[in-house]
Ligand binder design. Structure first.
Ligand code: FAD
Ligand code: FES
Length: 253
């Protein structure tokens, strides 16, 4: 884990709700799909918001990384005001990402909702680069939220489910698929959506992995504000250091 000042290369609005922040951070080690960084969301002379905010590394290309984010509060409002030429302090890479399964026969269904796109984008890109079969099912609440440019440039087959028009992914998207054809399902998005999708696919797909976007304090194991109940005992995992990616069966989500 490194703390570094990254140069802002671009901060682009890609749909009505989403922005992509592109940072130059040559010293950042290689990031595994599903890992995240903690972003300081204030200027050096300000005190608030005090805590850094966690964001999945959506993509890494050499010395550049992309973060996709939605403006929901003071931290992300600060991010939306970053301009090319500025700097931002990041800490990372953090957490345990999606386990590597180098099986060219593998067929993975990736399911993401809203900002969960950040958690699965690099995974989809990496699996496609390994010539593995991968498809994305992506859910948004409203049509104007779809970041088509991001999905198109990924070059992976995808289907968008718009909740306002089609209902939930368990109503459209999942029922049209023969789930037993997949051997892995990776999910990232709001917790109720992840739970519903994971329950839906678990009977048919042997490996179901979820990437949690729970709220976090430190992001690296010292504050204990990110407990995740284990399914096999009364004990807890820490979302930031044991996760954010977990086998669905190993936790009580
Ligand atoms: C591992 C991880 C990866 C993440 N990746 C992304 C990403 O790629 N893109 C992205 O847009 N967001 C991501 N998030 C969520 C992101 O960290 C929050 O949106 C951000 O911290 C909000 O900061 P804020 O100061 O703007 O809003 P805050 O003032 O912190 O929050 C505004 C409101 O949203 C609620 N809220 C804040 N964070 C969360 C959360 N995680 N879950 C549910 N409710 C919340 C707060 O309770 C509050 O009501 C990720 C979170 C985690 C833990
Ligand atoms: S966020 Fe501090 S221990 Fe996990």
């Amino acid at each position: 884990m490194l703390e570094l000042d990254a140069a802002v290369l671009k901060n682009e609005q890609v749909s009505s709700s989403f922005f992509v922040l592109t940072l130059e951070c040559a010293e950042l080690p290689n990031v595994s799909p599903g890992q995240f960084v903690q972003v300081r969301c204030r200027d050096a002379n300000e005190n608030a918001p005090f805590l850094r905010r966690p964001f999945s590394v959506m993509d890494q290309r050499g010395s550049e990384i992309d973060l996709v984010y939605k403006v929901i509060g003071p931290g992300t409002t600060h991010m939306s005001r970053l301009r090319t030429g500025g700097t931002v302090s990041i800490l990372g890479p953090l957490g345990q990402g999606f386990p590597s399964r180098p099986n060219s026969e593998s067929k993975t269904l990736i399911v993401a909702g809203g900002t969960g796109l950040g958690g699965i984008y690099y995974l989809a890109k990496s699996l496609a680069a390994q010539k593995q079969s991968v498809e994305i099912l992506y859910g948004v609440r409203f049509r104007h939220e779809i970041a088509s440019s991001l999905l198109d440039r990924l070059g992976v087959p995808y289907q968008v489910v718009v909740e306002d028009e089609h209902g939930y992914m368990t109503d459209k998207g999942l029922p049209e698929r023969i789930l037993s054809e997949y051997d892995r399902c990776c999910i990232c998005g709001p917790t109720p959506m992840m739970r519903a999708v994971a329950d839906y696919v678990s009977e048919a797909i042997p490996a179901v992995e979820v990437s949690l976007e729970e709220m976090m304090g430190c992001g690296f194991g010292i504050c204990y504000t990110c407990p995740v109940k284990r399914s096999d005992s009364e004990l807890f995992y820490g979302a930031c250091y044991d996760g954010p990616v977990f086998q669905y069966e190993s936790i009580a989500l």
